[in-house]
Write a protein that binds this ligand. Structure first.
Ligand SMILES: [Zn+2]
Length: 376
């Protein structure tokens, strides 16, 4: 898996709406995206035009044209010279991370987190505010508008490309519309993406909190880290899936409804209306202070996921896990070890770890919903 593959697949699924923001013509086009992707991956060290040509398959002339445009827009700058084999020293170019920014909004059930990320995906400003997601649209939109205004003021009025919004699912990423969110049925059918775009006057992309987190986490993993499932246990339980280098949403953004797999036929009633869902078991155990029992239920689900998809790793996150990672790490590890044992020699054990970017994986990933399509 290379981190460049992930944005390109994500971008193909589209899902943007709103006014153009600071999305300048220089940022458009497939070849420009390829060049920007290489500049982003090279970081501070930079990359020469010849290397850009070699890695993109473009002619040196085409690369020069694109990089000249990027420099005019302030997106790329010279980063010194480097000896090249045989010829004169090559000029090295690098991305200028502060040239544009993206907003990431995590709408959780009780809290809003807003980040302003630069082109490298680094958060340069962060705000948090209480939120009552279940109270409905007006309150959520007003809070989002106010916090984004504060965020931008704090950062001194940066050029913003757009905003990524991540919230509990189910929802339709392509249409930007919420479905029947557990515990908040009044959101069913609400066009949240367009509503936020109208308030902010910016292009907006909408996705599930778990998908946003998985997209952001995929960038942080080393190349070759393989396919993974990100399990998010907070006020609910869901998953984001990165399979063969791409975020897997499914055609209706229905993939990753991990929490509503039924594991106990006569189990407790779940918020979704059925019985014995993993989410119901986990949340009941957490509410009763029995974290090992919650971890055991989570482990059953993690082992099912590995069994079904043959993924290489499981990343754990969400507020409940981050507050007390140890019982969850050991409970899920035990379940995966058991699962690998049943496979015998065919069963390489999937790795388990707690997701990086503690506490902000979703908001950072929401900004990546805007940034990823630029870096094909
Ligand atoms: Zn359920």
């Amino acid at each position: 898996m290379s981190s460049d593959d992930i944005p390109s697949r994500a971008s193909r699924q589209g899902g943007f709406a709103g006014s153009p923001g600071a999305n300048l013509p220089a940022l458009r086009g497939h070849n420009t995206a390829l060049v920007l992707g290489l500049l982003r991956a090279a970081g501070e060290e930079g990359v020469s035009r010849l290397e850009l040509a070699a890695h993109t398959g473009l002619t040196p002339q085409a690369v020069s044209k694109i990089t000249a445009r990027l420099r005019v827009e302030g997106l790329a700058a010279e980063a010194g010279r480097r000896a090249s084999t045989g010829g004169k020293p090559a000029t090295v170019l690098r991305l200028v991370p502060g040239a544009r920014h993206a907003i990431g909004l995590h709408l959780d059930r009780d809290e809003l987190t807003a980040v302003l990320a630069d082109l490298a995906g680094r958060a340069v400003a962060v705000r948090r505010a209480p939120l009552a997601f279940e109270a409905g649209a007006e309150q959520v939109l007003t809070t989002a508008e106010r916090e984004v205004a504060e965020l931008l003021a704090q950062a001194g009025g940066p050029l913003v490309l757009g905003a990524g919004v991540a919230c509990p699912g189910p929802l339709d990423h392509a249409a930007g519309v919420l479905h029947r969110v557990t515990g908040a049925p009044q959101w069913d059918g609400f066009p949240l993406r367009d509503a936020v775009a109208a308030r902010l006057g910016l292009p907006v992309a909408l996705d599930k909190d778990t998908n946003a987190a998985a997209l952001g986490l995929a960038r942080a993993l080393p190349a070759g880290a393989g396919s993974f499932g990100y399990l998010h246990l907070g006020t609910g339980l869901g998953a984001g899936l990165v399979l063969d280098g791409g975020l897997y949403r499914g055609p209706r953004t229905g993939a990753g409804e991990f929490g509503h797999q039924i594991v106990q036929l006569d189990g407790p009633r779940c918020g979704c209306g059925r019985r014995g869902c993993i989410e119901a078991l986990c949340l009941a155990a957490v509410a009763g202070g029995d974290l090992p029992a919650a971890a055991e239920a989570l482990g059953v689900g993690a082992a099912n996921l590995v069994e079904l998809l043959d993924i290489d790793r499981v990343l754990l996150g969400g507020r409940t896990v981050l507050d007390a990672p140890e019982p969850f790490l050991s409970g899920v590890s035990r379940a995966l070890a058991e699962q690998a044992r049943t496979r015998g020699s065919a069963g390489a054990r999937a790795a388990v770890s707690v997701a990086l970017a503690p506490g902000r994986a979703v908001a950072d990933g929401a900004a990546e919903l805007v940034l990823a399509p630029l870096f094909g």
